[in-house]
Design a protein around this ligand. Sequence first.
Ligand SMILES: Cc1cc2nc3c(=O)[nH]c(=O)nc-3n(C[C@H](O)[C@H](O)[C@H](O)COP(=O)(O)O)c2cc1C
Ligand SMILES: [Mn+2]
Length: 474
Amino acid sequence: MYRDLRKFIAEIEELGALRHVAGADPHLEIGGITEVAAGLPECPALLFDRIKGYGPGFRVFTNATVSPQRAALALGLDPALRPLDALKAWMTKRQTLAMQAPVMVKDGPVLESSDRGNQVDLGRLPAPFWHAKDGGPYIGTGSIVVMRDPDGGWINASIYRVQVHGKSKVTIQFDHQGRHGAIIAKKYWEAGKACPVAVVNGEHPALFIAGFEYLSAGASEYDFAGAIKGAPIEVFAGPATGLPLPAHAEIILEGELLPPSRETLPEGPFGEFTGYYGADKRPCPVMNVTAVHHRSDPILLGSPPMKPPRFHFGLPFRAASIWSNLEAAGVTDVVGVWQHVAQLMTVVAIKQRYDGHAKRAALIAAANSYMGRLVVVVDDDVDPSNLADVVWAITTRCEPAEQIDIVHNAWSSALDPRIPPEAKARGVTSHSKAIIEACRPFAWIDRFPPTSAISQDEARAIEDKWGAVLKGAK
Ligand SMILES: Cc1cc2nc3c(=O)[nH]c(=O)nc-3n(C[C@H](O)[C@H](O)[C@H](O)COP(=O)(O)O)c2cc1C
Ligand SMILES: [Mn+2]
């Protein structure tokens, strides 16, 4: 597998999916170009150079994994796989991953340039101002926040957004208090200490993916990334914090996260993955940055949230976990799970074997659908990754009066744009979910009118045999 982000970018270039952009403005233009590009059918990845106001060499890389092909590539899977096959391959691989603890090294390219103490000036790094109503520039949209649990000593390394506030201060935002980073920081604060912390940017894409996974407390995202990579992540001891930090990352900030009793700063608002500003500016923990390390000609990995269907990952990784949850719970005959609208809608495809099978699958999927109001179950002839097919199934196989259920007070978050402000003020972070059984009713499934469409298998065979002709080959 590729060694680091630079090698990953080189592989994308080989696939013809990289565009070089020169002269863009970090104030709204990089964000705008990124959003427009992510909406194009080919979703190109973008490498920005000669960024307005910065010297050549300081680069920003966006849309790294927004296409299914590049999400597969990042996992070391064949990018030519059909998206649902790629997700299934990941679901299967994920179940048997062998964790790999990082190895310590003495040095690394990220130490090519280091600033300490009052030399630190975050203004030298081109942190983009991504969306028009954002509260400021964000250096961390796809970066990993590293902390050590003071009790167990294990390392948490997951993604929380990082806003820049002047020369040497940033804020780190936890969506809710259950985030491992929030739990760890609180332990230091309750002991009257600041929490040593590092923000790692331009990390290996396997770590970017690991940083989004729901792992259990005590399980390090570093080990999970090593498992994906098939080789341990190489880390060195951060000179300012002693935290283990990836030697091949592009940019690393070290410092301490101050107890909120000492200082907070207003964070946000920030355009979120729902396509809204669901949460207003609010007080947020502050990181005092005491060291900045970066490679020569560093590449800042940016993964701004954008209006759906654009999403950080072109394969819906959380659908792979739900697929595993279904299998672990003993639900048989699941042929596919997918999420649309940037994970706000979950679809499960099953081959029905008994009455109640579809609802059993739906309830498990609904329980684990974060912020998603729609959960749909379809039959095995419907491709769950094809939204048009899913809507066709809903409109032809679902009698709303009989096959839609509403579950109340289910899992959402403070970022949900549809929870009324008064309810949010009362602490409401739940919503209702509609479970849509878009399957043929099991009791008379044999008498349901047959479909006139060719089967998915037939369609694939035709694509394999005639695809080149259909694409215009002579
Ligand atoms: C690009 C990106 C940005 C994210 N931003 C945040 C964020 O600002 N705050 C947050 O709490 N979670 C954010 N998340 C989600 C968390 O990274 C994710 O839920 C992770 O599993 C949390 O890790 P933890 O269990 O170690 O706390 C983001 C995810 C991605 C992919
Ligand atoms: Mn974690």
